[in-house]
Write a protein that binds this ligand. Structure first.
Ligand SMILES: *[C@@H]1O[C@H](CO)[C@@H](O)[C@H](O)[C@H]1NC(C)=O
Ligand SMILES: *[C@@H]1O[C@H](CO)[C@@H](O)[C@H](O)[C@H]1NC(C)=O
Ligand SMILES: *[C@@H]1O[C@H](CO)[C@@H](O)[C@H](O)[C@H]1NC(C)=O
Ligand SMILES: *[C@@H]1O[C@H](CO)[C@@H](O)[C@H](O)[C@H]1NC(C)=O
Ligand SMILES: *[C@@H]1O[C@H](CO)[C@@H](O)[C@H](O)[C@H]1NC(C)=O
Ligand SMILES: *[C@@H]1O[C@H](CO)[C@@H](O)[C@H](O)[C@H]1NC(C)=O
Ligand SMILES: [Cu+2]
Length: 365
């Protein structure tokens, strides 16, 4: 869980710097849509992480879960990160230089990967223990590409200071029993070092678990008792300190989520609709090895179609949402329907906590 344990881990890591496990920065072809801004692309590889196998009689939420906090060296400093694309992969590199994607079809679920700047304050969470931490980029298992330049139409990105230190907080679930299996997080970063006229983009984390829920409760909230269909609003509204342009509104939910509404002054300005199983990688085959008690066995009988279960594969992202200023109030509401899409379950069939996060990127004006 990305929780108070994270704050502790970061504090520890700060005292005794964790060497980047794999310092490799692999150059990639420049992104076509923003290359005219001088944007370059390179891939970092974090890990490997040895994720423990599931244990049949472990009924905890964390069965098969590995949590890791490692330092990450970005491809540049004193520069702007203009885009990012995260993936979970197996560490082995083939002759063509590629790594096989790790997804639920091979029993690996990326709970989340969140990049944290240890040298900047978060605009939303200002509590003491987290005041020096800023949530910047992140992904759930759905992954996907984020381009803050909106196809090269904006000279903007997330500013990386010369001395900023970044940590990647990763949680991965190995959905198979047996030995630990190794995975890596790969991230393709779009970045600009010639930043004449660039403006800084600011990440804004809106969470149904509250402004600092990431650090107190891992952004996880319990599913209301006996509820299959429910809506969960963020408890507090957030207002900007200054005037901005809203570049991007992205969403994160867990399986069972159908839509995350992102609202400005009570009016929904982005519907983050979840899509399931769009490609085979996002469809898991339930265990057929007779290992009773493994998660999903209950679903196999009742909810899943012929032993196949579709997981969230993308969530609609909105772009170019116009201006915002200090008088605006931003909120999110997560909508779940676990009759339509089963949620994640523990080995004894209890439904696991869920998330509802909206991630805005605002550009200074
Ligand atoms: C950045 O944060 C790290 C971790 O907390 C700390 O060790 C380092 O001194 C900070 N750097 C600057 C320039 O403040
Ligand atoms: C799980 O099973 C193992 C092996 O049978 C046993 O040693 C262990 O005590 C069990 N754990 C729980 C929590 O029941
Ligand atoms: C960028 O271009 C792609 C491909 O044409 C398009 O699908 C996408 O919607 C565009 N994004 C924005 C923010 O305009
Ligand atoms: C940096 O960007 C500016 C504005 O696009 C351009 O005029 C200048 O030539 C660029 N400098 C280099 C070294 O690429
Ligand atoms: C936060 O987590 C605690 C323990 O994990 C739980 O009891 C509590 O209900 C959670 N808070 C919310 C808002 O879900
Ligand atoms: C939830 O999903 C079920 C099954 O698809 C559907 O019949 C029901 O109308 C949905 N409920 C809501 C409130 O959308
Ligand atoms: Cu999550």
């Amino acid at each position: 869980m990305l929780s108070s344990a994270l704050v502790a881990a970061l504090a520890l890591a700060a005292g005794e710097p964790v060497p980047a496990a794999t310092p490799a920065i692999e150059p990639l072809p420049a992104p076509p849509a923003s290359a005219h801004l001088g944007v370059l692309r390179a891939r970092t590889v974090s890990g490997p992480y040895a994720v423990p196998g599931m244990i049949a009689n472990d009924t905890s939420d964390d069965n098969g879960m590995g949590s890791y906090v490692t330092q990450l060296t970005l491809p540049c400093s004193n520069c702007y990160i203009t885009g990012a694309e995260f993936s979970l992969a197996y560490p082995e590199v083939d002759a063509a230089g590629s790594r096989a994607v790790a997804n639920v079809d091979s029993g690996m679920y990326l709970h989340h990967a969140v990049l944290i700047n240890a040298n900047r304050s978060d605009a939303v969470c200002t509590q003491d223990s987290a005041s020096h931490l800023q949530r910047t980029f992140g992904t759930g298992n759905e992954r996907g590409y984020l381009d803050l330049t909106l196809n090269g139409t904006r000279r903007t990105g997330y500013y990386v200071g010369a001395d900023d230190m970044f940590f990647l907080a990763v949680e991965v679930m190995n959905q198979r029993a047996g030995a630990a299996r190794e995975v890596v997080i790969t991230t393709a970063w779009d970045y600009a070092t010639n930043t004449t006229d660039f403006k800084a983009a600011v990440p804004i984390w809106l969470d149904i678990d509250g402004a600092c829920g990431t650090y107190t409760n891992g952004s996880e909230v319990a599913v209301p008792a006996d509820a299959h269909v429910f809506s969960y609003p963020s408890p507090d509204a957030w207002s900007p300190a200054a005037a901005y342009e809203v570049l991007v509104a992205g969403s994160h939910m867990h399986d069972g989520g159908t839509r995350l509404d992102i609202a400005k002054n009570g009016a929904v300005v982005c519907e983050g609709v979840a899509h399931y199983g769009e490609t085979p990688g996002y469809v898991s085959t339930l265990p057929d090895d007779g290992m009773s008690g493994m998660p999903g066995m209950n679903m196999a009988a009742s909810k899943a179609d012929a032993g196949q279960l579709a997981h969230i594969s993308s969530i609609h992202t909105c772009f170019d949402l116009g201006a915002t200023s200090a008088s605006d109030k931003w909120t999110v509401t997560a909508h779940y329907n676990m009759t339509e899409h089963p949620g994640m379950e523990t080995t004894d069939g209890a439904v696991k906590p869920i998330m509802g996060i909206g991630l805005l990127y605002l550009m200074e004006v």
